[in-house]
Design a protein around this ligand. Structure first.
Ligand SMILES: Nc1ncnc2c1ncn2[C@@H]1O[C@H](COP(=O)(O)OP(=O)(O)OP(=O)(O)O)[C@@H](O)[C@H]1O
Ligand SMILES: [Mg+2]
Length: 316
């Protein structure tokens, strides 16, 4: 029976859709006999004015663009995993007393109120128990809370409907990024940074788990001539985390997003922040399909990271 299941899983693909202010990114990941592979991907410009700060203002236009980029990439799946982003979208680790798994969501609603920049009644919340721990002999559980305004999530649902697609899952963009960029546990605390056209997302990551995320309303639109403002905001995010968690020294910054494709941006940000900076590579477990050009794929990879992380959600 096991064997049969394994055979059925081969060829099953998962598709991630990352709708940015400037570009729509799609990636298909599937299981093959050799392992997990990136089988197809596509990048297309977002219709002007359709997306702003994570909010989809024109679901019909965005939906049509998604149909176009999927067709061009040769992706036929009609079920996808989509990311939401923006200033009011966040994920963070909360500590709670040990409670049954089915009660976590309710318990987190109270706690979430303190952390959300908008009323909890207007939020879509998702929770995942990450681990159990003992703090000074007190047992606790760590829960990853993901939250987004319902109104914003609704614009994504409408967009997928317009594209004739079904959302298998909707995930906080920074959480998908962390899945794709996951650093070895030995790295300590890593700041993962998605340099988008109009926004920059930061996830502080410990042992592959995002501890907190932040969205900075500063991007790399056009060209990166002005890294100072971005550097300053990143520095603030790092300091904010340090103030909350003294044990957390950030050892490294990993970059992704379209902005990470600018040659030398890692070196320039390292100078600005005085922390080692690298451009995140595709996960080791991910093979590249023989259909894809290796050099081109490696060049686009940083921009695809969120879409790949979304697709890996059900495959890993
Ligand atoms: N070779 C490249 N090709 C395309 N974009 C590039 C390249 N190098 C750098 N960029 C930058 O990447 C940006 C697009 O990145 P990305 O797709 O991550 O943004 P986005 O997701 O649309 O924006 P946001 O996350 O703010 O909504 C462009 O605006 C451009 O400044
Ligand atoms: Mg983006």
């Amino acid at each position: 029976m096991r064997r049969l299941q394994h055979i059925f899983q081969i060829g099953a693909g998962a598709v991630g859709v990352d709708i940015g202010a400037r570009a729509i990114k799609v990636a298909e990941v599937r299981r093959t006999a050799k392992g997990i592979e990136l089988s197809r991907y596509g990048v297309a410009p977002t219709p002007a004015g359709a997306v702003q700060n994570g909010m989809i203002l024109d679901p019909d236009a965005a939906g049509a663009a998604i149909v176009g980029v999927l067709r061009e990439a040769g992706i036929r799946a009609r079920r996808v995993i989509v990311s939401v982003s923006g200033q009011h979208v966040l994920a963070r680790i909360l500590r709670l007393p040990p409670i049954p798994e089915d009660e976590v969501k309710q318990a987190v609603r109270w706690e979430a109120e303190k952390h959300l920049p908008f009323p909890v009644e207007e939020a879509v919340l998702d929770t995942q128990v990450v681990r159990e721990l003992s703090d000074d002999g007190r047992r606790q559980i760590e829960v990853l809370l993901a939250a987004a305004p319902e109104q914003l999530v609704q614009t994504y649902v409408e967009t997928l409907e317009a594209a004739g697609l079904t959302a298998d899952a909707i995930e906080v963009s920074a959480v998908a990024m962390v899945r794709a960029l996951a650093a070895p546990a030995a790295e300590g605390v890593v700041a993962m940074v998605n340099l988008g056209a109009s926004t920059t997302e930061v996830a502080i990551v410990r042992e592959a788990v995002p501890q907190m995320t932040r969205t900075i309303l500063e991007g790399v639109e056009g060209e990166a001539a002005t890294l100072e403002a971005l550097g300053l905001q990143l520095r603030r995010s790092i300091d904010f985390y340090r103030a909350q968690d003294e044990s957390g020294q950030i050892t490294r910054i990993m970059l992704c997003g379209g902005g990470a494709r600018f040659p030398g941006i890692d070196r320039r940000l390292a100078q600005e922040l005085d922390v080692p900076v690298t451009v995140g590579a595709l996960p080791d477990v991910l093979l590249i399909s023989h259909r894809l050009d290796t050099a081109t794929t490696a060049d686009v990879a940083p921009q695809l990271m969120t879409a790949i992380g979304l697709a890996l959600r059900t495959i890993l």
